[in-house]
Design a protein around this ligand. Sequence first.
Ligand code: MG
Length: 369
Amino acid sequence: MKISGVTVWRKVLPLKQPYWLSGGRLKFETLDSTFVRIECSDGTVGWGEGCPWGNTYLPAFGDGTRAALALLAPVVIGEDPAGIGRLNRLMDEALPGHLYAKSPIDMALWDIAGKAAGQPLYQLFGGREGEAVDVNSSISTGTPEEMVALVETARANGYRVHSCKVGGSDPASDIARIEAIESARLRGEKITFDVNRAWTPAVAVEVMNSVSARGWFEQPCETYSQCLHVRNNAPQLIMLDECLHTFEDHLVAWRDSACEGVKVKPNRLGGLSKARQVRDFGVSVGWNMHIEDVGGTVLADTAAIHLALSTPETHRLGSWLCQPHLTDDFAHGLGARNVGGKITLTDTPGIGIEPAEEFLREPFAHYPG
Ligand code: MG
């Protein structure tokens, strides 16, 4: 079997409500997603999706994905789709870096591998661990009262793991937010305060030494070195996210004892293959992980949940789903969904879900064999 063509679609995904990160520093109203279909000589197709969170969250953007795909599609066309590791190396040679742009191709290759094996991806990633993955909420920055109300709404929908977005310009407001949310926390609930890089090291050390919460604080500052400084001067558990890109970044973080956990996001790391490598390393060194994608429809959500579901339960915290934040849904009820705070997957081979062409409309580009 050979790869005979690659078709690319652009799809703008409106959010149901504007989403605020980093204490209101970053606002998002739509996402710019790119869908990839890899077509094979025997008629098999594989689907992938790459959806950065706007242009300001990471060094990644939709137009960048599609421009890179014009260089990457010819690299894989004519090749055997089963050689996923080799094709990743060829893509890295053809275009160093630009990890996010390679993710939808890698995802589509795994979809093909699952279909060829007649197995869901979680089986190829090590096998199912437990019945379901806990879903992780995403609480937009607001006043303490607004954020507590959002946690209560998420709780009513079954969420017991919460990611609360803090990191305003005023440390006193963040202390108030954190104290209000922490004092409303129920027994057994897990909360991560996600700062999304907003604090300077001084503010981070001040806030984290002022609050009563002793749980997870995520990506307090912009750079890895700043986060490491905070880690050495504050008592909480540290989760790293935006500052980790390559496998080597994760090795350095482990060597420095910089964190107790990491976010594992295929689109940030360069695809499911590289995310799986980080996941396996995280298990071996005892990290706790949130495994989810950066953004996208139920296709990207479901691909990431296959990786989460094949991760030992003692090493995973919860997985966020992007689809509930979107107005458009091409597969109502199918794929990875929140059912009472849990996500389960069927045994459909591959990712197990495909976007309809009526949803995607006209292709952005087609690269023929
Ligand atoms: Mg984060």
